[in-house]
Design a protein around this ligand. Structure first.
Ligand code: PEP
Length: 254
């Protein structure tokens, strides 16, 4: 499975951080630092920051994404934002199934599947998050968990649509905790995801699939993680709020 077939994607996930003015300032800081990146650079930001972020990133190599979207096109869903609305704004990326959505907001594999469907229908590129809890890792069922999450999320996704899916393997125990999976652990699960996708869509599709690692990736550990044969980039939380750290990670992927 040839890593050279895939262009790495480094995506920031700002979570519930940054006002629109702060978003603009941070992107202005980042732009010159990542201008020479030989990878795709994406920043996923809170809905209220999208407009400011898109304006700040215009003309640069930074692409903007949202952190979630609803599955309905519109309707009585107070507080939600649809994929169609993101499309109308010109937002190209969206994170779906982040473990914080699964943990705190009742996200299930079934709702992840519905959101993926809506995002693809709207023409967006999806960063689909999967990952196990610590207890599941200790039980030795990591691969089963991640394979099931992947299969359900991809239910109904065509081979053509798969080209607009990036999968982020994010062990829940490593997110925001400072605990990183070892490079070997990350590669092992990323590889299992690629094998799973290969079973569903064939080798060519699996070879082309970008599988990121996420979970306390930072300026110090990015190089080793990104050097793994099945790690094609990263989904970065905390370190994406610091321009210097984020640019080191982008540099490590380039
Ligand atoms: C994330 O939010 O997807 C993430 C990986 O966070 P952190 O890098 O802070 O662990």
């Amino acid at each position: 499975m040839n890593k050279a077939l895939r262009r790495p994607v480094i995506a920031g996930n700002w979570k519930m951080n940054q006002t629109p003015a702060e978003a603009k300032a941070l992107i202005e800081q980042m732009k010159p630092l990542v201008a020479d990146a030989d990878c795709d650079v994406v920043l996923c930001v809170p809905y209220v920051d999208l407009q400011a972020a898109m304006e700040a990133a215009e003309g640069s190599n930074i692409r903007i994404g949202a952190e979630n979207c609803h599955w309905a096109q519109k309707g009585a869903f107070t507080g939600e934002v649809s994929a169609e609305m993101l499309k109308a704004m010109g937002v190209p990326y969206v994170i779906i199934g982040h473990s914080e959505r699964r943990q705190y907001f009742g996200e299930t594999d079934e709702t992840v599947q519905k959101r993926v469907r809506a995002a693809l229908d709207a023409g967006l590129t999806v960063i689909l998050c999967v990952g196990e809890y610590l207890q599941q890792r200790e039980q030795g069922i990591t691969e089963e968990v991640v394979r099931l999450q992947t299969k359900i999320a991809l239910g109904g996704v065509s081979a053509e649509e798969l080209k607009r899916i990036i999968i982020a393997y994010e062990p829940v125990w490593a997110i925001g905790t400072g605990k990183t999976a070892t490079a070997e652990q990350a590669n092992e699960v990323n590889h299992a995801i690629r094998v799973c996708v290969g079973e569903l869509y064939g080798k060519e599709a699996a070879d082309a699939l970008v599988v990121q690692y996420g979970g306390s990736m930072n300026a110090g550990n990015a190089k080793e993680l990104l050097a793994q044969p099945d790690v094609d980039g990263g989904l970065i939380g905390g370190a994406s709020l610091k321009a210097a750290d984020f640019s080191v990670i982008v540099g490590a992927a380039s």
